[in-house]
Write a protein that binds this ligand. Sequence first.
Ligand code: PLP
Length: 460
Amino acid sequence: MSARDPGPVRLEGETDWKNAFSYHAFDVEVARAEGVFIHDTKGRAYIDASGGPMAVNLGHGDARVVDAIKRQLDAFAYVHPTLANRPRADLCDAIASVTPEGFNASYLVSGGSEAVETALKIARQYHVATGAPGKHKIISFRESYHGMTLATMALSGNPGTATIFDPMLPKWPKTQQYSEFRRPSHLSPEEWAADCADELERLVHYEGPSTIAAFIATPHGCGSEYGVVAPAAYWRRVREICTAYDILFIADEVVSGFGRTGAWFAMEHFGVTPDIITMAKGIASCYAPLGAVSVSDRVNKPFEEGTGFIHGFTYGGHPLACAAGVAVINAIKEDRLVEGARRKSERLFAQRERLLAHETVADVRGWGLFMVLELVEDKASRAYFGPNRQAETLFQSIALSNGLALYSTLYGSRRAGVARRGLPMWISPPLTITEDEIDTLLDRLDRTIGEWERALGVGA
Ligand code: PLP
């Protein structure tokens, strides 16, 4: 028995979270979830408007997934990947059925950060195995987000965390992303896209092409440009540069994969094929912790020919997570949710102008069932409220009082100085949402923004 005082016995239904490390939660305790609705212990229902952290692509409580996990649990819950486990093979097949042509091998992990870490190690080992051992740096976007492990934080470049963790992180080079907001008025989006992509080539030149292993990017922008869809010309030029300098192009599709943008993977919209795709979130729609890295046949070749991949996690390819993943992918196919996301997108974005009419909504952008609002204090400069206003927390709690559960972020008020741009607010409900439910979501969102502005004294 521990010498620690166990404290008062907790009554059933009473939770005070005091034993949870660094836990932040709103005062809503979840009892159950079904479809797009989350129900709390007090009988209130909330629309899961961001799909958790842009992750619940299939709605909650889908019997096909629940049954698949139960069936697997009845057979066996776990074996180490050194023993053959059918759900793992089935999941790799299911992934190959939806990834681009020439992507036939996947490595399974438990989430997005692990997927990105795995991709970095695959890239490094690929170059060592193919006779380019000097290639070790990974280029990413300034202000991007690829996870919370140390290596993924080294890619991420979030100014809020840099000062704390910087001494522990590799100093990999960063480039600028495509930004509509910073586009000079005399340039067309395509001309500006070419300029932004050429910046990558200049960086490669100064760093030395023989030192660069990979370039990683999210297809949907990041940080203050979250949800910005760059012209296809941008990604085509990036692809050319990566090919020219033998740099592996990693598309981080942890958020955008599995139908979110109206395609299985967002890079499809641009007609551009990366070398490595990282995925998580929607792959099992949070029914179980799951992530994967899919590689092109070219990247797989040295490993297929015998290069041992120095990697592995106890939970990689966990049978319960794999059973969930297979069932989710099958359900997305069966219910035609990818096509549905394209169709329902029109309903979602039809009310763009209504949202933009608010003084604090500087932009409404995105694609598929992935809409990002940029919330600001001042539309012209796109500056966000200072930290003392607690505007982000206020938005979340007003949204909850209106029956909307929204994902909160690390951006906005925590960014300082030149990076002090608007706060991205994600509207990314489960792809199973109906068109009527989209209208209800938007009504509640509109009301939330209005109440938030009044609480902050905007326009008063
Ligand atoms: N990559 C991207 C683009 C993400 O948005 C995230 C998480 O939000 C991650 C990686 C990390 O995923 P996880 O939180 O599952 O570790």
